[in-house]
Design a protein. Structure first.
Length: 732
């Protein structure tokens, strides 16, 4: 008796034979996920960025918490400005004291402490602008940073009530208010991405299938994968917090891969029905071919995304985990739910036909000459050297701007100008310093009362005062019982900008070593800018490690699947060309500003540190969809005929349209994210759209076929020493 085996065919057969049970299980999973999202998602997300390893900024925070009992708090600054009155006018004082009183009345559970210009009879030094038309109210929010985010709305309501009152301009900016605005902008960007990406993807699907019913299914499955993944995040997040941006990542990846995977399988099912197969047989054949390719490609994406988990920060682990979860959910829906839907719909999947589109069958495309892809295949096969040189020339030209590649972290200046918190930042920076909220915190761990340590602190204080990148005189707080001191030095400007980061680097590498040379004390720097430096440096350190990890994985997987060492070596070279071209175009548009205005993108002098790693990992995984789809058809025909040139032309001719359709869908989805306001997601969306476009056109349809045409039968060379590799063949 034949033992049951778990395969894409057996899974499809099981689900297709029990369609209502399968759909019922998935419906229950969706309802449970929606309930989990409603109940737990809010507590699962955080706007804080933590480190899994132990960089200098984390060491400083731990010393402050353990030695001085100072946990990191959210600092807020309320700015009060008048065009006519000064801080010496009674009306100015009355408004400030009323505003401060209302904020303090919220209670210590919301606002832990605060101070304003009129807190002391003589005024508070440094809390009035030089022209005396502006003053600030300094607040410390209670609880953790996430607690502050929960409560900042009540403080902002009070500020908004007083804004424009009696000619005063009242704004708030700081850790929590900016974090709150970041989250709102991120949510708006999600809505923009859906508003742009989904309709365009739907139109492309309708044109590819020529039927509205068939186009609707991939979009439905993409949304189901997204709901399931976010539900899982809501549960896991009770133990391990996720970055607030994880939902953006889940939606982007869910729509892209969820739609693409369904597209491949539905296309193959319709192809088999046109060949005359019965409904169930067509579902099984699609499962044995397209579903198997989807499973392999999906697992490749998952394994590639594990490269991001190598980077020891919560931001990378959150983005990677969200993407991995939604890709797995997309694989499960296409392998189980889709066969059940196809079983119930049958040929009704071709309902609501669109004239002139989707009528030519795949089998006709395979055997008949003529048409765009047949012409393209003929040109590439006839002029392989010219095709190869032109394709490589275009990619190399796009790579050139990478010489200006500059990793960094996006900050307040990249936010939309319409946000009140950004306006507050601008005024605060003009009249005071944003560093009042995000100072450099220098932690001295040693015998605080000893003469050498005191001399070091005095020397360091004078050095900082002489550096124009810092604002005002550093303040010292110490505890002789714990042998710990904190020197607080406000840094001018946005804590994410190069000027602020260079100032803190001088602190770490020049000022502190000079001041404490030969002194028995440990001195570390923490604070927002120091954390940004550690984040950027950490990313730059792990970028080549991830390259090696992912490319090694690429080589092993392709060598096993295609039993060749030439195919994976070509894939590695082409991936590097494709990724390099993508990086170059991102640098050209965002750092150089060429075309940014035309495309509605924001010029920025840096490449957001997480984006290059994400682009590389995801592009590798997604490119496998097209690579496997094309090469498996080529290999299948080569096994049948032994004619390499004919096989390559056949593969390009028979897969060109489906690869283009799938790529256009991904381009549409990621372009939706590029249309948002957060520059990090603009870079991600633009980069992925460009990468997928290049990969599906220049690389897969020109570079790969021309190289394979020139290499001939050497494409399938496998040394005798590797003949032991397992036989894993895709029948796509």
């Amino acid at each position: 008796m034949r033992k049951p085996s778990l395969s894409t065919e057996s899974l499809a057969r099981l689900c297709a034979s029990r369609p209502w049970l399968t759909i019922g299980i998935w419906a229950a999973a969706i309802l449970i996920s929606l309930a989990l999202i409603s109940l737990f998602l809010g507590n699962a997300l955080t706007s804080e960025m933590g480190f899994v390893n132990n960089p200098e900024s984390k060491q400083g925070n731990k010393l402050l918490e353990d030695g001085l009992g100072r946990k990191a708090k959210a600092d807020e600054i309320v700015i009060v400005r008048s065009g006519n009155l000064t801080v010496d006018d009674p009306a100015f004082r009355a408004l400030v004291e009323q505003l401060y009183g209302e904020i303090k009345a919220l209670g210590p559970d919301i606002v832990e402490s605060g101070i304003n210009y009129y807190s002391y009879p003589t005024g508070t030094e440094g809390m009035a602008s030089p022209d005396r038309h502006t003053t600030i109210i300094s607040l410390v929010m209670a609880g953790t940073h996430d607690d502050a985010l929960d409560h900042i709305g009540r403080v902002k309501d009070i500020v908004e009530r007083h804004n424009s009152k009696d000619g005063f301009h009242v704004l708030i900016t700081g850790d929590a208010s900016l974090g709150d605005d970041w989250m709102k902008v991120a949510q708006k960007d999600l809505e923009t991405a859906e508003l742009i990406g989904i309709p365009i993807a739907a139109i492309i699907l309708i044109l590819v299938f020529g039927a509205v019913a068939a186009a609707f299914i991939p979009i439905l499955l993409g949304f189901i994968a997204i709901i399931i993944a976010i539900g899982i995040v809501a549960v896991i997040g009770q133990a391990f917090e996720f970055s607030v941006f994880v939902t953006n990542m889940i939606v982007a990846m869910g729509l892209a891969v969820g739609i693409d995977y369904s597209l491949f399988i539905v296309s193959r099912y319709r192809e088999e029905r046109r060949r005359g197969q019965e409904k169930t047989d067509a579902i099984i054949t699609a499962a044995a071919t397209a579903s198997r390719a989807v499973f392999f490609s999906g697992m490749t994406v998952v394994l590639a995304l594990f490269g991001m988990l190598i980077v020891p920060t919560t931001l990378f682990t959150s983005l990677a985990a969200g993407a991995i979860l939604v890709v797995i959910a997309a694989i499960l829906t296409t392998l189980t739910l889709l066969p059940a839907i196809l079983s119930l719909m049958g040929d009704r999947i071709n309902s609501l036909r669109v004239p002139f589109f989707g009528r030519r069958s795949a089998t006709e495309a395979e055997v008949k000459e003529g048409g765009f892809w047949d012409t393209a295949a003929r040109i590439v096969m006839k002029r392989p050297v010219v095709s190869l040189l032109i394709a490589m020339g275009l990619l190399v030209a796009a790579i050139v701007p990478v010489t200006s590649f500059h990793l960094g972290a996006t900050g307040v200046k990249s936010l939309p100008d319409s946000l009140e918190s950004k306006r507050g930042f601008t005024i605060l920076e003009e009249d005071f310093s944003f560093g009042l909220i995000t100072p450099a915190r220098i932690v001295i761990d040693g015998d605080i009362n000893s003469a050498p340590v005191q001399a070091g602190i005095e020397y360091l204080t004078k050095t900082i005062e002489s550096d124009p990148s810092f604002y005002g005189k550093p303040t010292l707080a110490s505890d002789s019982t714990s042998n710990l001191a904190e020197l607080t030095a406000p840094v001018k400007g946005d804590p994410n900008e190069d000027e602020a980061m260079d100032a803190v680097r001088r602190l770490r590498h020049d000022y502190i070593p000079e001041a404490f040379q030969g002194v028995d004390a440990k001195v570390v720097v923490t604070g927002s800018t120091a954390e940004n430096i550690d984040y950027v440096d950490l990313t730059g350190h792990y970028l080549p490690i991830i390259f090696v990890f992912v490319l090694s994985l690429s080589f092993i997987l392709l060598a096993v699947v295609f039993r060749s060492i030439v195919v994976p070596l070509k894939a590695i070279l082409m991936n590097l060309l494709s990724v390099g071209a993508t990086y170059g175009l991102v640098v050209l548009v965002f750092q150089k500003g060429i075309g940014a205005g035309i495309l509605g993108l924001q010029e920025l002098n840096k490449f957001e540190a997480w984006v290059p790693i994400f682009l590389f990992c995801v592009l590798f995984g997604l490119s496998m969809d097209y690579h496997v789809f094309l090469l498996s058809r080529i290999r299948e025909r080569f096994d049948q005929t032994g004619n390499n040139t004919q096989s390559v032309a056949f593969g390009l001719r028979s897969t060109g349209s489906i690869i283009t359709g799938a790529a256009l869908i991904m381009v549409a989805v990621f372009s939706g994210f590029a249309a948002g306001n957060l520059v990090m997601f603009q870079q991600m969306g633009f980069g992925m759209a460009v990468a997928v476009f290049l990969d599906a056109t220049i690389v897969r349809c020109v570079l790969v076929p021309s190289a394979m045409r020139l290499l001939g039968t050497r494409n399938w060379y496998l040394p005798k020493a590797l003949k032991w590799l397992p036989q894993v063949r895709l029948r796509e």
